[in-house]
Design a protein around this ligand. Structure first.
Ligand code: FAD
Length: 384
């Protein structure tokens, strides 16, 4: 049933298993990939150990948390992590979005922030969305006005993941109100402890507050903290979205490949497979997961990070499949924590809510469809 077999990358797999056996902390097994109440010490040590040993982002070069792993090796890595129930980190934006973006656009002093972001020594959030600028980033209104060698930031962001834990924010601001919507956008690195920054956690339907509203009230940011050039924000946003979407779909791909296998085993052992409707739905999901897996495996080596169309397609497919699997899991009673009356318990529902949220974060499913239409099919429309 596995998408890859033990025969794939056997030396790589053995080395990884040996590393995990020695280094993986018990707390990382079964931990959520997200933290809301601060970052536990074990998670800091674990992320740093993965980075230092080239196992955080295996396809990165040595020295940047990797070992130049091939696409197959990368998927073997993610599959091993998911089957061991291990998370890499409890805060994704730093190593997944900010570090690669600063590698591409940062000035020499900003490049000094890259390794702490990968290792998790310093934590980051990404401030793109605003109440009236989600899918349409070009509508953003948070302003950064020049004041000598600094900018003064006024405005606010919303849905900012991990803002309550973050040391820094990669913040998209309007530096030129006279220029066209896209050309007037720049990116600043904002210290989240600076005077004038306030974070209001937002409780989600899961009951947890993983993201927040962030208010900037006269926050002073030195011009050295401008990423790229003035007005280069749109180009940086497209690159950052490429890193984010690629990171998300590759990670989730291993999750759905493992998840569908788990569901099939459970449906067999519990007898749920004898329900013809369940059997048909499970077979359909299995077929879609495997074909998506094959497409992902084929696309990984061929697709540059900046190929937003391909990343949109795979992010869309994988996130919608994750919703389908969560829903199917609830229907066949896979949830171990069912409450009285047979309704799925809080954990099963959280999985579903989480999966639904993942069809929105990083760009909504509709916006991914727009991107596929415009970037892959050449149809007219918005290009985010
Ligand atoms: C779990 C999660 C984590 C997030 N983390 C972050 C973060 O760390 N940083 C950050 O900046 N943002 C973050 N976001 C915000 C996310 O990027 C936005 O929610 C998303 O871009 C949609 O914006 P919006 O919520 O304003 O919805 P809107 O843009 O108002 O969209 C509302 C609805 O209209 C549809 N729609 C809008 N425009 C179009 C169009 N042109 N064509 C077709 N349909 C359209 C949308 O698909 C959606 O269904 C996160 C969101 C979630 C759910």
């Amino acid at each position: 049933v596995r998408a890859l077999t033990e025969a794939d990358a056997p030396i790589f797999r053995r080395e990884l298993r040996e590393f995990l056996e020695v280094h993986a902390p018990v707390e990382a097994v079964g931990a959520r990939g997200r933290s809301v109440d601060g970052i536990p010490d074990w998670a800091r040590r674990w992320q740093a150990a993965l980075f230092d040993n080239g196992w955080l982002i295996p396809d990165n070069p040595p020295g940047l948390g990797g070992r130049n792993a091939s696409s197959v090796e990368l998927l073997v890595y993610l599959e091993e992590m998911v089957s061991h129930g291990l998370v890499r980190s409890v805060h994704y934006p730093g190593y997944g979005i900010v570090a690669p973006t600063l590698r591409e656009f940062g000035n020499p002093s900003q490049k000094g922030l890259i390794i702490p972001a990968f290792r998790g020594d310093e934590t980051w959030c990404v401030g793109m969305s605003e109440p009236d600028a989600g899918s349409d980033l070009s509508a953003l209104r948070t302003r950064a006005t020049r004041d000598g060698e600094s900018f003064v930031v006024e405005g606010g962001k919303i849905w900012t993941s991990y803002a309550m834990l973050a040391d820094w924010c990669l913040c998209y601001v309007r530096t030129d109100t006279a220029d066209s919507a896209k050309n007037g956008v720049s990116v600043l690195i904002v210290n989240m402890q600076a005077p004038g920054v306030t974070v209001h956690p937002l409780r989600q339907v899961t009951g947890q507050a993983e993201f927040a509203e962030v208010v900037f009230d006269g926050v002073v940011v030195h011009e050295d903290q401008l990423v790229g050039g003035l007005g280069q924000g749109w180009q940086i946003a497209l690159a950052a979205l490429g890193y984010e979407r690629r990171g998300l779909w590759v990670e989730w791909l291993a999750g759905i490949a493992y998840g569908v296998q788990e569901l099939m085993l459970f449906a067999r052992s519990s007898g749920a497979i004898r329900d013809p409707e369940i059997a048909m739905d499970l077979a359909g999901a299995y077929e879609r997961v495997l074909s998506t897996y094959a497409l992902g495996l084929k696309s990984l080596p061929q697709t540059s990070t900046h190929d937003l169309g391909s990343h949109s397609l795979l992010k869309l497919a994988v996130s919608e499949l994750a919703v389908e699997l969560s829903d199917l899991g609830i229907r066949i009673g896979h949830a171990q924590d069912r409450v009285d009356g047979g309704l799925p318990g809080p954990f099963a529902l959280q999985q579903l809510f989480r999966a639904l949220g993942d069809t929105i974060g990083g760009g909504t499913a509709e916006m991914q469809r727009n991107a596929i239409a415009v970037r892959m099919l050449g149809l007219p429309g918005p290009r985010r």
